[in-house]
Design a protein around this ligand. Structure first.
Ligand code: FES
Length: 104
């Protein structure tokens, strides 16, 4: 199903924002001119990844709890203790809107 998350202007370059969709927490990211969307819950201890940080050089999202990290494009774990991938979602800019294809 396709969901309009927000206006593109609500997610400026370098920003990330959490959305709740049908009980799932999804994190939208705008980095290096591209948009990404992935699960917002850490697969280690379910910390809120919207409180984490972006490492734009490595294109990873770093959990604030114990510094596990994931590739923002693929969701694959990059640094321990992250061990399991995050689900990634397709997100596209349609006019002024960011539209996410949500699968669950
Ligand atoms: S709680 Fe996220 S890496 Fe440990």
């Amino acid at each position: 199903m396709q969901v309009v998350l927000c206006k593109a202007s609500d997610l400026p370059e370098g920003a990330m924002k959490r959305f709740e969709l049908m009980g799932y927490d999804v994190l939208a990211i705008h980095a290096s001119g591209q948009y990404f969307a992935l699960d917002a819950a850490c697969t280690n201890k379910y910390a809120d990844l919207s409180q984490g940080t972006l490492d734009l050089d490595r294109k990873v999202l770093v959990c604030q709890e114990c510094r596990g990290s994931w590739d923002i494009a693929t969701g694959e774990p990059k640094d321990s203790p992250a061990a399991f991938p995050l689900t990634v979602y397709e997100i596209v800019l349609t006019g002024e809107d960011l539209v996410l294809t949500f699968t669950y």
